[in-house]
Design a protein around this ligand. Structure first.
Ligand code: B12
Length: 206
């Protein structure tokens, strides 16, 4: 069944992807497995197909739309649990318009009781910091899919410290950041996936 979900995602067939994801849920397959073995696996295959010469934007957009549909099956927007665990500000930095992974992280955190303040994509560092201050956030979560955002990532912690906000944790995730050590990126934690980020936050709260 997971294969059928992957195929539907790669075909950019949102209706079929939703059907397959619903079937998997009915068969008792967990959300985490559907995301890791389904959504992420499909995107990895898409990446392999998209060499620089054949970067088909429409194909990728349809695939992304189908993935968004699947996420709505996994985390229906109408039923968020009480937000008791504190605020987390998330965003993709200036120049980065990828937001599928960020949206997954948002849904995972929201489902687990965090209040997520989403600053969207193409967001300046200052805006994330301002929001984190206003919201008395526990953490800022940065999603980085293109390597050109790394210089911005390197600035965040120093800017927080300069504003007396050094207690706010910085978590990085996404394909362009996850291979790099936290120390190198000057962040508190680098997450390999959305659940990894969730566990870090849960542990940090103690
Ligand atoms: C889909 C996609 C697009 C879509 C984005 C749609 C959207 N709304 O997001 C579109 C078509 C718009 C797009 C455009 C471009 N893209 Co693109 N894209 C991809 C692709 C194929 C998949 C990304 C994706 O959605 N993955 C699925 C999600 C679920 O995975 P994820 O983001 O990693 O998220 C998971 C975890 O990492 C984690 N996570 C993510 N963020 C965070 C944050 C925190 C805090 C935490 C805890 C966890 C977490 O949670 C998720 C679930 O576990 C990647 C290939 C790849 N290897 O990533 C290329 C890729 C990222 N794109 C690339 C490029 C170059 C571009 C373009 C510049 C192409 C062009 N020539 O026009 C443009 C414009 C980019 C820009 N300015 O931002 C390159 C980047 C290369 C680089 N090293 O910088 C890649 C790697 C493709 C490649 N191999 O060349 N792209």
């Amino acid at each position: 069944m997971m294969d059928l979900l992957i195929k539907a995602l790669l075909d950019g067939d949102q209706a079929q992807a939703i059907i397959q994801a619903s079937k998997l849920r009915e068969a008792g397959v967990g959300r985490r497995q559907i995301i890791t073995d389904g959504v992420e696996a499909a995107m990895a295959q898409l990446d392999a197909k998209c060499t620089v010469e054949q970067f088909n934007l429409l194909e990728i957009m349809l695939c992304g739309r189908a993935a968004t549909g699947v996420m709505k099956v996994l985390y229906p927007p109408s039923t968020p649990p009480p937000q008791t665990k504190g605020a987390v500000v998330i965003g993709a930095l200036e120049g980065d318009v990828h937001d599928l992974g960020k949206n997954i992280f948002k849904m995972v955190l929201t489902a687990k009781g965090y209040r997520v303040v989403d600053r969207g994509k193409d967001c300046p560092v200052e805006r994330l910091i301002d929001t984190a201050e206003q919201e008395a956030a526990l953490a800022i979560g940065i999603s980085g899919l293109i390597t050109t955002v790394i210089p911005q990532v390197l600035q965040i912690k120093d800017k927080l410290v300069a504003r007396g906000l050094g207690h706010i944790k910085v978590i990085a995730g996404g394909a362009a950041l996850k291979q790099t050590l936290a120390q190198r990126l000057k962040v508190d934690f680098v997450a390999q996936n959305a659940f990894d980020g969730l566990h870090y936050l849960d542990q940090m709260r103690g």
